[in-house]
Design a protein around this ligand. Structure first.
Ligand code: ADP
Ligand code: MG
Length: 253
């Protein structure tokens, strides 16, 4: 994706953007789903074509490629909707460790596939925190997927990785906040890239949308929290999510 620079949207701006985007996403989603169904039918039409019918095989391959792209467009719409969708926080007293347990369990198969050792180090004395569970899951999932993808890139290189691939999720309290670390032993983030990773549409991946980190940061900020990272090229990265233990200031209002 291209590297588009812009200043972060304000809450009001986001609300407006969310409304406009909601309509646009809806309008695009319908024809896309018609395309997907039509392509699927086309695929079925050619499904029993003989192996030596080269033209039919070619059509099959092209239809498969088209369906893949349609699916990708649908994924971009999903991500964008999550980023732009202005939604009231659905706050409750949440056991952060339990939520993280669930999210890490969700990515465990992916870690196994890539050869990543996944560890969860919860602070068992963590108090309940007032937050939106679904959004917390979304934010942490985005961080986990980035970490796994970064390490996968390294594992897939011509040289075998010179260190074990590890993904550590850790919780602890820090002053009036709960601190969640997502630590990887991936390639790290070059200093010249720096804070650009938080810009919408900024991605260094061939198939990236550049929405993962902006969404995660936005979720942190909606909770009056922060998302930052420390990274050492060649060693790995540590994404640090801090959320106020008491929840957002107007919690329960
Ligand atoms: N853990 C990480 N290690 C190395 N680079 C990372 C990590 N997390 C994010 N990045 C970099 O930040 C960019 C933006 O991430 P993100 O907003 O999630 O978009 P996407 O994953 O779609 O590329 C990624 O393309 C990647 O280059
Ligand atoms: Mg991402």
């Amino acid at each position: 994706m291209s590297d588009v620079r812009h200043s972060p949207p304000t809450a009001k701006g986001l609300e407006y953007l969310g409304a406009v985007a909601g309509g646009l996403v809806h309008e695009i989603r319908n024809p896309l789903s018609t395309m997907n169904i039509t392509l699927q039918l086309l695929q079925e039409d050619f499904a029993d074509a003989p192996e030596d019918d080269e033209r039919a095989q070619r059509v099959q391959r092209r239809v498969t490629a088209l369906r893949r792209e349609v699916t990708r467009l649908e994924e971009i719409l999903d991500d964008f909707q999550r980023y732009a969708g202005m939604r009231r926080l659905d706050l409750a007293q949440i056991d952060v460790n339990r939520v993280l347990e669930e999210v890490t369990a969700f990515v465990r198969p992916e870690c196994a596939r890539v050869g990543v050792r996944l560890m969860f180090w919860p602070d068992r004395s963590l108090p309940l925190v007032r937050l939106d569970e679904r959004l917390l899951k979304q934010a942490v999932l985005n961080l986990l997927l980035n970490a796994i993808q970064a390490m996968e890139e390294m594992a897939g290189g011509s040289e075998p990785p010179d260190r074990t691939l590890e993904l550590i999720v850790r919780t602890r309290t820090e002053g009036e906040t709960v601190r969640i670390d997502v630590i990887d032993t991936g390639p790290g983030i070059p200093p010249e890239v720096g804070q650009k990773v938080f810009e919408i549409w900024y991605s260094r991946k061939r198939k990236g949308t550049g929405l993962g980190l902006p969404t995660a940061r936005r979720i942190a900020e909606e909770h009056a929290g922060t998302l930052e990272f420390v990274s050492e090229p060649g060693k790995g990265s540590d994404f640090v999510l801090r959320l106020p233990l008491a929840g957002p200031p107007d919690a329960g209002a």
